[in-house]
Every structure is written in structure tokens, then in C-alpha cells.
Design a binder for this molecule. Sequence first.
Ligand SMILES: NC(=O)c1ccc[n+]([C@@H]2O[C@H](COP(=O)([O-])OP(=O)(O)OC[C@H]3O[C@@H](n4cnc5c(N)ncnc54)[C@H](O)[C@@H]3O)[C@@H](O)[C@H]2O)c1
Length: 253
Amino acid sequence: MPNLSGKVAIVTGAGQGIGKGIAMTLAKAGADIVVGEMVQDRIAGTVAEVEKLQRKAIGVQFDVRDRGQVDNLVAEAMKKFGRIDILVNNAGNDIVRDLVDMTDEEWDFQINVNLRGPFYMCRSALPHMIKSGNGGAIVNIASIAGYITYPKGAAYAAAKAGVMALTRALASEVAKHKIRVNSVAPGPIDTPLLHEVLGAMPKAQSSALVGGVPLGRLGLPEDIANAVAFLASEEASYITGDTICVGGGMYMH
Ligand SMILES: NC(=O)c1ccc[n+]([C@@H]2O[C@H](COP(=O)([O-])OP(=O)(O)OC[C@H]3O[C@@H](n4cnc5c(N)ncnc54)[C@H](O)[C@@H]3O)[C@@H](O)[C@H]2O)c1
């Protein structure tokens, strides 16, 4: 387990699924946690579980698509803890739709949650991370959908490939401040979102997706969280601009 004692981490979309798993794992590694989440009812559970681990936590309700709400989340983090060492851009969503049937609003929704959100978060948090002079780590949650393709996934794939490109470009920009930027690209992970997505696919396609994992199982939020904790830690101090696939072998590069 990496040692993140004394660090403060913001995790977006930390109310359930992968984000909650990341918050818990970073807390187990010693970090205090800022739980950023859109659905108010999901915040208290994650905050309570972090506190059970004897770490400090605050919950802030926000929508990652809204610049003002993102700035407020970052301001609350600074007010409570006075520092930001780790930023995990996890909040995301997927609308399963053939491109020809996709409305402008659905396209914008996909791009705004999955790509604009991480941009807003990085732009808001980075000045504090740079000013501290302590360096830091940003971990973006991409998807193997940014590498491999499947029907009804064009906007999501475009957004997640964008996240990986953003990761590389930003990593080169902030390396001089000893801030590292990496991504984790999950394969199918057992969360409410995955079940929503599988339910919206034709049966044959969803069975092929789940059955096509070489390691023979769905991933768990902890599988992603362990990779995030590593990338956020000193053990990864020479890794930046990269993407680690955590997908049971569904994509190898
Ligand atoms: N589950 C998978 O198989 C899988 C695979 C590849 C990538 N991912 C990515 O992992 C991340 C987490 O996915 P998950 O499966 O845990 O999803 P989830 O839907 O189970 O949980 C996501 C959380 O993010 C919150 N959220 C959504 N939109 C938000 C917004 N606009 N602002 C703030 N919070 C918001 C939700 O309320 C929810 O609590 C996403 O970026 C997703 O694209 C998931």
C-alpha cells in the first residue's frame, strides 16, 4: 500500500462506484479526502466511511460541468485543508446511442461530463498545486473505450480518448512544477454505471463484452483504486503523461 499520509485528495464522482472505491483506498493509504459528487444523497456515506478510517473528509455537492461549482469545490477544499496534493477526475457518464440517433444535447452531455469536467477541475486546482511548490499528482479516469471501439459508443469513446490526450499534453505543461498527470483506463468494472450501459445494449453485445475479458471476470472499484493510489504516490514519481489500462486484458498496448 503506498503511503499518502499528510496528503489531501479531491475525488470527483466519489458517491458510488469507482469514485467511492478510490476515496476509500486513498484514505486507507493515509490521505484526507474531498468528496465531490453531484447527487447529494450519495455524499454522506462516502464521508462516513472515510472518517471510519480515521481520516478527515468533507463532502461538496457539485456538477463537474459547471465552472462556478467546480471553483467552489476547489475553494472548499482549500478552506478546509489549505492544500491539494492529489486530484482524481473520476466523475463520468455514458449514453449508449447510435451516432445517427444522437442529439446535440446528448453529444454535449457526454463531452461536458467526461472531458470538459476534467478540464475545469485541472484549471481550478492547478494554481493551488503549483503555488504550494510541493508538486502533486492528477489522475484522470479514462476508459478502454478510448482505445477499442464498439457500436453506440462514439461520443463516449471520443471524450475518453480526449481525456488521454489531455493527460499527455497537460503532463508536459506542468512537469516543471513536479506535478504528474496520468490516466487509468478501466475495462468493465462492476458499478451501477456498467449495469446501466450493459442494459442499454443488445443482449448479444453485452454478453460479448463481459465474456470477452481475458482474465474472466468483471473488475471491482478497488482494482481501479489500487492503480490510482500507485500513480498518486511517490512510487510513481518517474511516471507522467501515461495511461494504465486496468481491464483484465481487454486492451493491451
Ligand atoms: N464502470 C465501468 O465499467 C467503467 C469503465 C470504463 C470507465 N469508467 C469510468 O469510470 C468513472 C466512474 O464510473 P462508475 O462506473 O463508477 O460510474 P457510476 O455512475 O457508478 O458513478 C459515478 C459517480 O459520478 C457522479 N457524477 C456523474 N456525473 C457527475 C457530474 N456531472 N458531476 C459530479 N458528479 C457526477 C455520479 O452521481 C456517481 O455517483 C467514469 O468516468 C466512467 O466513465 C467506468
